[in-house]
Design a binder for this molecule. Sequence first.
Ligand code: NI
Length: 189
Amino acid sequence: MTVRDICSIGHPALRTPAAAVPPAEIGSPRVQRIVDDLIDTMRHADGAGLAANQIGETARIVVIEVNGNPRYPYKPPIPLTVAINPELEVVGDETVVINEGCLSVPLRGDVVRWVDLRVRYLDRHGAEHRVEPRGLTAGTWQHECDHLDGVLITDRADPATLATWEEFERHHRDAFIERISKFVELVGS
Ligand code: NI
């Protein structure tokens, strides 16, 4: 396992739609190495998730894990999840504005996300899973799956809300945490 360099906005891999992983190749050394490197790199950078595009691999693989994350202390825990060829289906029409950051973008900004999803994916052993994430966890799934389509938070964010981490923490963090904590309490994730 290796901590890889994370591509920053401007790197072509972040704008390249990732290719589906043929199920027969999930067990291959190449795919298993990408999975291992994604987990290591995500944990090393304190990310809540990481998509393969962000380490320069345009394959449809994301990893997600939240466990007392220092970058996003308000996010409810998510066990380590390796998702290959994830497919998101929106349930209902409820949305929430989430202030998001990204390891590939030196800014945070307000993004509108769907509150309820159905997600189908294959794990690193090729087994199919179905989950129904809600709230901030659903937001994390949408953020990571956007990466697989070459979409970044700067594309979705209200431009007037873009802020460096330093200015976010100085001027916006407290109000956001207060609002989003109530939301998390309400939807349970
Ligand atoms: Ni990101």
